[in-house]
Design a protein around this ligand. Structure first.
Ligand code: ADP
Ligand code: MG
Length: 272
């Protein structure tokens, strides 16, 4: 089975989408097979991975309302081994649409589970992906709850700015609630600090504070603020395809290896 990681933080502009795109690309670059699921009605992950709006005829909305199987919504990207299920604005109506559906929180989980055993992607493989990365919208609504119910673990991007920790306890509380009611296996995979500015004392202060508060849940890798990272989406490219050598690309490659390493440790611990 794949590792399903939800990128969640109810704050907007903290780097969820940028991390979904570039961590996904970095994981694919080191040999993993990755599916990005765009669960934000804004569709920035789809745009950033070069999926034209006209190509989004089937989207996460169609999957979550139950009209389409996930495998039929998957599109290839310019990155080998990286696929995406795009999103459209339709998704913003999901909450009302599913208001009376008893399984409304489990639509994504069940759709991902039905990918299992589908060998149409790669011969002889039970599940077509080793990682599924879910890009959440900036709120703790039914869409995010679907992501948390489907995920093995949550990856929290935190921007290195003054209010970084604000809202984190609310997010952790929601994760706890989902764990007790919908998904007992859910954990926090890690916290990734983003948009770090070495010239700014505040950035370093935030890193210290977050490490103090969250301990070893914080990844060693810190994503620097880097103009190449912010330029890449306007070319419909992950930064690793736009400028592999820039510090942003290198940081996302380090984050990918760190995550794979953490996974190995977890699996080894589970095997004992
Ligand atoms: P979210 O998905 O949490 O709303 P985004 O990933 O869309 O956040 O990032 C918000 C903005 O910050 C975007 O314009 C993005 O290009 C920019 N950004 C994200 N990470 C970086 C970075 N490391 N360096 C520079 N700009 C960044
Ligand atoms: Mg986003």
């Amino acid at each position: 089975m794949p590792r399903v990681l939800a990128l969640a933080n109810q704050k907007g502009g903290v780097g969820k989408t940028t991390t979904a795109i570039n961590l996904g690309t970095a994981l694919a670059a080191i040999g993993e097979t990755v599916l990005v699921v765009d669960l934000d009605p804004q569709g920035n992950a789809s745009t950033g991975l070069g999926i034209d709006r006209r190509a989004r005829r089937i989207s996460t909305y169609d999957v979550l309302v139950g009209e389409v199987e996930l495998r039929d919504a998957v599109l290839e990207t310019a990155v080998p081994r990286l696929h995406i299920v795009p999103s459209t604005m339709d998704l913003s109506g999901l909450e009302l649409e599913l208001a009376t559906a008893r399984d409304r929180a489990f639509r994504l989980r069940d759709a991902i589970a039905r990918l299992n055993g589908d060998t149409s992607f790669r011969d002889g493989n039970d599940f077509p992906y080793s990682y599924v990365l879910i890009d959440c919208p900036p709120s703790l609504n039914l869409i995010t709850v679907n992501a948390m119910a489907a995920a093995n673990a949550i990856l929290v991007p935190l921007q290195c700015e003054f209010f970084a920790l604000e809202g984190l306890s609310q997010l952790l509380k929601t994760v706890d609630q989902v764990r007790t009611t919908l998904n007992p296996g859910l954990s926090i995979h890690g916290i990734v600090l983003t948009m770090f500015d070495a010239r700014n004392n505040l950035s370093s202060q935030v890193v210290d504070d977050v490490r103090q508060f969250m301990g070893d849940k914080v990844y060693e890798t810190i994503i620097p603020r880097n103009v190449r990272v912010s330029e890449a989406p306007s070319y419909g490219k992950p930064v690793l395809l736009y400028d592999l050598k820039c510090v942003g690309s290198q940081a996302y490659l380090r984050l990918a290896s760190e995550i794979i390493q953490r996974e190995r440790t977890l699996r080894r611990a589970a095997a004992v």
